[in-house]
Design a protein around this ligand. Structure first.
Ligand SMILES: Nc1ncnc2c1ncn2[C@@H]1O[C@H](COP(=O)(O)OP(=O)(O)OP(=O)(O)O)[C@@H](O)[C@H]1O
Ligand SMILES: [Mg+2]
Length: 220
């Protein structure tokens, strides 16, 4: 009887550890390799932000639960560091806690796809439920789905409803958000109640000086 119970708990632990690898929706498959080891800081801000992210990991591992917001222009390493945090947490506490990385744009595309594809498992209920569960969740690239960076365009009711449901279920857990949007733009694009949940006393990690790593090697 004890063996059955032990096997059950071992399987449950493995399920937690495997969640990051099995269920994440990555915007770019190369992000799988994004760890603290592969993040090479090139300026003082990047050194400081890597330290801040490592410090958040230490606090979360110690039992603290709070949100983290990475903000800055494109290509500065926000998604890289957010993924590094999950990798580190998963490698050190992965059999006790679960982690998941989700590109908001990919998630919304999958939900929309399920409207016309009745065989798709990626329904709104499935994804809201999936994103509600993990102890640590990265919601990647908030704002990109609206194409509204620094414009006044507001998010659709559909997008707000889904993000609102997820953030409501996730209160008390760790949600790590990355975005190009400024605080002002967040309030223009999203409902106040949603922004209030997202900005619930988070730790901010902001890139103001770092350069876009994607375009740093243009030879002309
Ligand atoms: N300090 C760094 N060391 C090594 N690679 C880096 C570093 N910063 C960024 N990169 C790499 O550059 C690419 C862009 O970084 P990333 O995707 O994290 O940018 P981002 O800030 O999330 O941009 P966006 O706002 O467009 O989503 C990735 O391939 C990432 O691994
Ligand atoms: Mg990103």
């Amino acid at each position: 009887m004890n063996k059955v119970r032990d096997d059950y708990y071992r399987a449950k632990d493995r399920e937690k550890y495997n969640m990051l690898e099995r269920h994440s929706l990555l915007p770019d498959p190369s992000l799988k390799q994004a760890t603290f080891e592969t993040f090479v800081p090139q300026c003082s801000e990047e050194i400081a932000n890597k330290e801040l992210a490592l410090d958040c990991v230490r606090r979360i591992r110690g039992g603290d639960a709070f949100n983290v917001i990475f903000q800055g222009i494109q290509g500065t390493g926000k998604s890289h560091l957010a993924h590094s945090m999950l990798k580190e947490l998963n490698e050190t506490t992965g059999f006790k806690t679960s982690s998941l990385f989700v590109s908001i744009e990919d998630m919304l595309r999958k939900i929309k796809g399920s409207f016309s594809d009745k065989n798709s498992k990626y329904t709104e209920d499935y994804l809201v439920n999936l994103l509600s569960k993990p102890d640590h969740l990265v919601l990647d690239d908030l704002g990109a789905e609206t194409g509204a960076i620094d414009s006044d365009k507001s998010a659709t009711d559909f997008v707000q409803r889904i993000l609102y449901a997820i953030t409501t279920y996730r209160q008390g857990k760790v949600t790590i958000l990355t975005t190009n949007l400024s605080g002002k733009s967040l309030f223009k694009v999203y409902d106040q109640k949603l922004v209030s949940r997202l900005l619930n006393r988070p730790k901010y990690i902001v890139f103001k000086e770092a350069e876009d790593k994607r375009i740093s090697n243009i030879p002309f």
